[in-house]
Design a protein around this ligand. Structure first.
Ligand SMILES: Nc1ncnc2c1ncn2[C@@H]1O[C@H](COP(=O)(O)OP(=O)(O)OP(=O)(O)O)[C@@H](O)[C@H]1O
Length: 409
């Protein structure tokens, strides 16, 4: 780095009173020139300083970026095995079971207990104390011994329901049929299609009709920020399914863990890859698992890594489309079953008027129509209420409420 600038000497003027006017003029002219020279020198130095300032600014930016990268660098999971009075702890890293003695800052030391799960960095320094492991799993998985959704609750999707029955329900309820013919049922069933069209409902309904425990894991939950955590959750998921068989594993938003490989080499991507590899290896060892079926859903079929679609993995694809006229009428019928409706209600007309809405939006529409009746102090819901509800949904869409923006034109 350059040193501080050396300021030029300030020019001085010492006029002798004895000087003639000509001599005085010459002295003043010379003094003026000195001043101009100094000014030039100062200007050069100023340019130089500006340049230095620019360099320093760039340096600060670079350091800030490095700092950010360090802060977001991957952390590893470990368990506190032992705590000593002198502010040291023995931690055991998950995955490789390496035990390390590490120093702990005063503040961190006070919040630590034996057996705590912690996140550590590359130098084994504890960065964070984590929730209880069981909490983390409970948050990530939804376990429902008998979901109450039935096929009757699903509007439209007749052929999709039949496919799901064939691929998931029959192998669980009548494994002997498959044995008799000598074919293996599909390993995994992937439901794909736009959001809010009933994919989760299909998976729950099939669990209901088979007495299987429904175990749902959101793909986004599998993309954990700590190394080894995602793959550990995948292992836990399959273990739990085995303990609870018959069971249906349902991985929603599977694209979060099984997207096409990106070229970027960030540690986050590497961690997602590891989680996907764990998922693939669990699926490959699937045959021995008995009465466990696996289903997954995605809105981003185009993004999926083809590796998960190979035979023995998700080898049955079922597209779940947006509802057509007939399906919309049926969905509206299902969701208004418990509502007090005016006799004038014409489902076919409503279906035509709600073109572009998916199942989830149609459900909101019925609730919203009910709200209009309540606001008007009526117990009966009319066609006008449904129309006002539709207007409101459009208004919400136009005010950038994301859920409806893409559907109402
Ligand atoms: N075909 C349908 N019949 C009846 N209700 C439906 C249907 N599709 C969606 N719904 C309603 O929308 C809600 C959300 O549906 P569901 O969670 O099954 O959609 P999804 O396709 O899994 O959506 P996402 O991809 O956003 O997870 C359901 O609880 C239900 O109320």
């Amino acid at each position: 780095m350059s040193r501080s600038p050396i300021l030029p000497d300030r020019p001085t003027l010492d006029l002798d009173p004895e000087l003639t006017p000509e001599e005085r003029l010459a002295a003043l002219t010379s003094h003026y020139r000195d001043i101009v020279d100094v000014q030039r020198e100062l200007e050069t130095q100023l340019d130089h300083i500006e340049e230095q300032r620019e360099n320093l600014r760039e340096q600060v930016d670079r350091l800030q970026r490095e700092n950010e990268t360090l802060k977001t660098a991957s952390l590893y999971l470990a368990t506190v095995e032992d705590l000593f009075d002198d502010g040291e702890a023995v931690i055991k890293q998950h995955g490789n079971n390496q035990e390390v003695l590490t120093e702990v800052g005063q503040e961190m030391y006070e919040s630590l207990g034996m057996g705590d799960r912690v996140a550590i960095n590359d130098s084994f320094a504890i960065q964070e104390v984590l929730d209880d492991e069981t909490d983390a799993r409970a948050q990530a998985m939804e376990v429902d011994a008998s979901p109450d959704i039935t096929y009757e609750d699903i509007g439209g999707l007749e052929s999709e329901m039949r496919e799901v029955q064939e691929a998931v329900e029959d192998p669980l309820n009548h494994p002997e049929k498959f044995e008799a013919v000598g074919v293996d049922p599909p390993s995994g069933v992937l439901l794909h299609g736009p959001p809010g069209t009933g994919k989760t409902m299909l998976a729950k309904a099939v669990a209901n009709h088979t007495d299987a425990t429904f175990i749902k894991m959101a793909g986004s939950e599998l993309v954990r920020k700590f190394i080894g955590e995602g793959s550990r959750l995948v292992r836990d998921l399959f273990e739990l399914a085995e303990q609870r068989e018959p069971a249906i594993i349902f991985i929603d938003e599977i694209d979060a863990v099984a997207s096409k490989r990106t070229d970027s080499k960030t540690s986050g991507d590497a961690e997602v890859q590891r989680t996907m590899m764990q998922l693939l290896s669990e699926m490959d060892g699937f045959d021995e698992r008995g009465e466990v079926r696996i289903m997954a859903a995605t809105n981003r079929f185009d993004m999926l890594d083809r590796a998960i679609l190979r035979p023995g993995r998700f080898d049955r694809l079922i597209e779940v489309p947006e509802p057509d006229n007939e399906a919309r009428a049926e969905i509206l019928r299902i969701h208004t079953e418990e509502m007090t409706l005016a006799e004038e209600i014409d489902y076919e007309a409503l279906a035509r008027e709600t073109e572009g809405l998916n199942g989830a939006q149609l459900q909101s529409l019925t609730t919203e129509a009910g709200m209009f009746a309540i606001r008007d102090d009526r117990a009966t819901v009319t066609m006008d209420d449904f129309r006002s509800a539709r207007e409101k949904l459009i208004e919400d869409a136009n005010s950038d409420t994301p859920a409806y923006t893409t559907y109402i034109h």
